[in-house]
Structures are given as C-alpha cells and as structure tokens.
Design a protein around this ligand. Structure first.
Ligand code: AMP
Length: 286
C-alpha cells in the first residue's frame, strides 16, 4: 500500500501518467473524517487499484458564510485516519491518494465561470433552506469528475438528495462513472455521524436523537399502519416541534410526494439545534 499526498492537480496528473491502467475510485469529502467517510474509502479500496480521497471545503456550496468559516479543518488527523485504515486492511498493492488542495484555484482555475445546475430536485427539501447549496455541490463534484476521471465514485446515502443530483449529473453529461452509494453510518445511539455533531454539547446530542427516533417511528408506522397514518404523524410532528425544518415521506427514486402506489420510499428529515442543521433519512420498502 502506498499513500500519496498531493495538493496540486499537476502532481496527480504526473502520478496518473505513470499509472494509466490502474482503476480509480474517487471519494469526495470535506475532511474532518469520521467512521462514515472511512466506510466509503474502505469500499473503494476493495473495488479499485487506486483510490483518491479528496479533502476540499468547497466555498461554492456554503450559502452561509459563517458555516463555511467554522467548518472543522483537521487535515493532519484526516491523513492519519486514512493511512491507518489502509494499514488495517493490508491493501498492500493499492494506492491511496489524499488530495487536499490548499489553493481553491486547483479546483476552480482562474477565470472559471461554470455553474452546474442541480435542477428541480435541487430546489426542494434542503434546497428550499439552503439556496444555491446544491448548485455549488454539483459544480464541485463535476469538477472533481473532470479532474480525476474515476471509474467509480463513492457517496453516502446520508446526503440522499445530493446522491440523486450526482446521479443526474452522470446521466446528463453522459459520464462513464459508476456511482456507488453507501449506507448511513450511525453511532450506537442511532445518531447519524456528521462533522457537525461536534458543534453539539451533551444535552444537545440527546436532543439530536429526536431526529433519528422520529424517522424510525415513521418507518414503523409506514410498515405496520400504512401510508395515511404515517403521513398524519409526520404532519403533526412538524407542526408541534419547530426544530424540524422538515420531515417528509417521499418516493425514493424521484423525491416527489408519495402516492398510494409508491413502494420504495424514503423518510427525510432535517432538525435544527441552534445554528446546527442535522440531516438524516431512512429508506422504506413496502
Ligand atoms: P462530507 O465530508 O460531509 O461532504 O461527506 C463526504 C461523503 O461522506 C458524502 O458522500 C457523505 O454523504 C458521506 N457521509 C457523511 N456522513 C455520513 C454518514 N453518517 N453515513 C454515510 N455517509 C456519510
């Protein structure tokens, strides 16, 4: 196993020119790695001869400047975590490339003027609260696809709406990249792992459980009592608890409202604790 650390595209291109035939997996992240990110890297290490884990806090996807500034940046620890995972896996002949550009111009070269539209799906749910977020995310992912031209790219289902938008980009631009989606990783209490959890104190961590617990209650109702009752429950929850920015049962393949015939669904929720927005979801098949 060889770990490379590159902070310029030129360094990557040089490596690639000497390793043209290696299958490449891409794992885009914003760093501050935790166990969930490592499940993506682990899968890529299994599937590919080389894996590029990118660490880039993308300014374009933060409509809120404060949120961008306070996003945790922990590069040394991230490198240590990725390296120790590779050692644990004994992925001896594999390459890990950690790509963490210091300069934004590595991703958006001077004069870069492109904006990838996230489309209709980018304007619902999270999109109604974070205007411009998904266009910024789509733009950076498209750039990363262009820079690295991976065979496969790995994303978590935790960001369910994001995953849909990325799959649309691949279709719209006829990219030859397989999108591998990985399950939501939770801690023992059920809280979905997130870099934002560290902004919560102990009391708030307990309050945060309301989100996953309510999603599980909704899932139970959907499976055992049917769509109507579950829908009523969801509307009541949102009305009674203003911390829910939304809680919705949607069709898993379109993210549109469900009908009496929808079989594959997803319960999506966002819960606000002070300035921290927590995101979670759970798929349900009836
Ligand atoms: P981020 O660094 O937050 O942009 O996340 C990078 C990737 O990790 C994205 O594909 C996320 O969906 C994924 N990810 C983050 N947290 C989780 C989680 N708890 N479970 C599964 N995937 C996750």
């Amino acid at each position: 196993m060889t770990v490379h650390f590159f902070d310029t595209v030129e360094e990557f291109n040089l490596w690639r020119s000497k390793n043209k035939k290696k299958s490449l997996g891409l794992i885009p992240t914003m760093g501050n790695l935790h166990k969930a990110h490592l499940t993506l890297l682990e899968q890529s290490l299994k599937d590919n001869q080389a894996s590029v884990l990118t660490i880039f806090v993308n300014p374009k996807q933060f409509p809120e400047d404060d949120d961008f500034k306070k996003y945790p940046r922990t590069l040394a620890n991230d490198i240590a975590l990725a390296t120790s995972l590779a050692e644990d896996m004994k992925a001896t002949k594999k390459d890990i490339i950690i790509f963490a550009p210091e300069d934004t111009s590595e991703i958006y070269p001077k004069g870069f003027n492109e904006n990838i539209e996230s489309g209709k799906i980018g304007s619902i749910l999270e999109g109604t609260f974070r205007k411009g977020h998904f266009n910024g995310m789509a733009t950076v992912v498209y750039r990363l696809f262009k820079i690295f031209t991976p065979k496969r790219a790995y994303f978590g289902k935790k960001d369910y709406q994001q995953l849909h938008i990325i799959k649309n980009i691949v279709k719209d631009y006829s990219l030859k990249i397989k999108i591998v989606s990985m399950p939501v990783v939770r801690d023992e209490s059920g809280l979905a792992l997130s870099s934002r959890n560290q902004f919560l104190n102990k009391k708030q961590m307990l309050e945060a459980l309301k989100l996953s617990q309510t999603i599980y209650e909704t899932k139970y109702l959907l499976v055992h009592e049917g769509r109507e009752l579950a829908q009523e429950f969801v509307s009541d929850v949102v009305q009674d608890n203003p911390a829910f920015n939304y809680l919705e049962i949607r069709a898993a393949d379109s993210l549109l409202p469900i009908t009496s015939k929808t079989k594959k669904m997803v319960i999506l929720g966002n819960y606000q604790i002070e300035s921290t927005r927590l995101l979670d979801n759970e798929e349900v098949k009836l």
